[in-house]
Ligand binder design. Structure first.
Ligand code: FMN
Length: 374
């Protein structure tokens, strides 16, 4: 069983397909003890059809706790089954994806962000997941879809899901999704961030817990979001692309923990032992050296020599059979003081995107009578 004595999810790393796999989560946990880590999204259908192969999708090392399983889907039977199958793996929370705008996903009926248009179904889905799991449940969503983007519609969604199910925590990617054919990457950039919707939810649903997501690029901004009232902050791309500056500061700056900090050299030594121990374990060349080195490629973000190192790594893939040999061959480009430094303070003076946000909140939520008695 998962234990519950972790520190709360003040900071979490977002679910990211093909990025937050077991390898990246292992690296992330070596850097931060307390960050909550989300899996990549796994569809309930995939789990239900792979019952002989569940470890491949669901297994992770106990050192990764606290870890959250993100499920995608909307078919109640398979969501129930998926939650049941995940029980044996002791995830600390199960999260339903109601934010993914990928046409690959959104085209398959009600799935990802299109679920926001059917809060009744999401409420039923969350109930059924909760009924089949001991883990708490949460929803990750956007602030709207296409022209269903009023603050009241967002509130209707949150209200309905939280009254129909035991969902108490919502992760809000604070921009809407556009289903008009723009790519998933554009959907993480083009629709503007509206943090004022997020903070209005805190005001209008004081009994629920809300995690802010979208556009956060520094630990200063994480703390600024929390000072403005966010119960938690989830960071995606910045945590992946710059894990040292972001994750390296979480335990001290977000969780207030004093104590010795790890160096990049120590992280890489531990990660290499993990990586070489799983090399080829899932079949011929799976995972391979390239798969296992991918998560560490952001570790020297903006450090002098980073570009040279990445080119050396690229060249080394063809000859290095182990992660150890690849590290030995390439890390020589960095001087000892870079390898042996602990996470530095973030550069000061970042602008605070939440300054004055409480003056911008939309009008308070008006609950329509038909929802109240539905
Ligand atoms: C490569 C990639 C894959 C993603 N996959 C998922 C996913 O599986 N489930 C999900 O809810 N969001 C997914 N997202 C969205 C992120 O979880 C997050 O909401 C988004 O990137 C905004 O946060 P950020 O600005 O901190 O990156 C993905 C984002 C990226 C960049």
């Amino acid at each position: 069983m998962a234990t519950t004595d972790y520190l709360p999810p003040l900071f979490s790393v977002a679910p990211m397909m093909e990025w937050t796999d077991n390898h990246f989560r292992t690296l992330a946990r070596l850097i931060s003890k307390h960050a909550w880590l989300y899996t990549e999204m796994i569809t309930s259908q995939a789990l239900v059809h792979q019952t002989d192969n569940l470890d491949r999708f669901l297994a992770y090392s106990p050192m990764q706790h606290p870890v959250v399983l993100q499920i995608g889907g909307s078919e109640l039977g398979s969501l129930a089954e998926a939650a049941k199958l995940a029980q044996a793996y002791s995830y600390d929370e199960i999260n339903l994806n109601c934010g993914c705008p990928s046409p690959r996903v959104a085209g398959h009926g009600c799935f990802g962000v299109t679920l926001m248009l059917n809060p009744q179904l999401v409420g039923e889905a969350m109930s059924i997941i909760a009924d089949n799991s001991d883990a708490p449940v949460s929803v990750k969503c956007r602030i709207g879809v296409d022209d269903h983007d009023s603050y009241n519609e967002l509130c209707d969604f949150v209200y309905k899901v939280s009254t129909l199910s035991p969902t108490r925590r919502f992760i809000i990617h604070s921009r809407k999704a556009l289903l008009n054919g723009i790519s998933p990457a554009e959907n993480r950039k083009i629709p503007p961030l509206k943090y004022e919707y997020f903070y209005a939810l805190l005001r209008d649903f004081p009994d629920l817990r809300f995690t802010l997501n979208g556009g956060i690029t520094s630990i200063d901004q994480v703390n600024a979001a929390r000072r403005a009232g966010a119960h938690g902050v989830m960071v995606g791309r910045a945590a992946y692309n710059n894990p040292w500056q972001i994750l390296g500061q979480v335990d001290r700056v977000v969780y207030g923990e004093n104590g010795s900090e790890i160096t990049r050299r120590q992280v890489l030594e531990k990660y290499q032992l993990y990586a070489d121990s799983v090399l080829g374990k899932q079949g011929p060349n799976r995972p391979n050296v390239r798969d296992l080195v991918k998560p560490v490629l952001g570790l020297f973000h903006s450090e002098p020599g980073n570009g040279v190192w990445k080119r050396k790594v690229d060249a080394a893939f063809s000859k290095c059979q182990t992660v150890k040999s690849l590290f030995e061959e390439t890390l020589v480009v960095f001087p000892d003081h870079v390898l042996d430094s602990t996470p530095a303070d973030a550069p000061p003076g970042c602008e605070d995107p939440f300054d004055g946000i409480h003056n911008l909140l939309p009008s308070p939520y008006i609950l329509e009578k038909e929802l109240l008695y539905a």
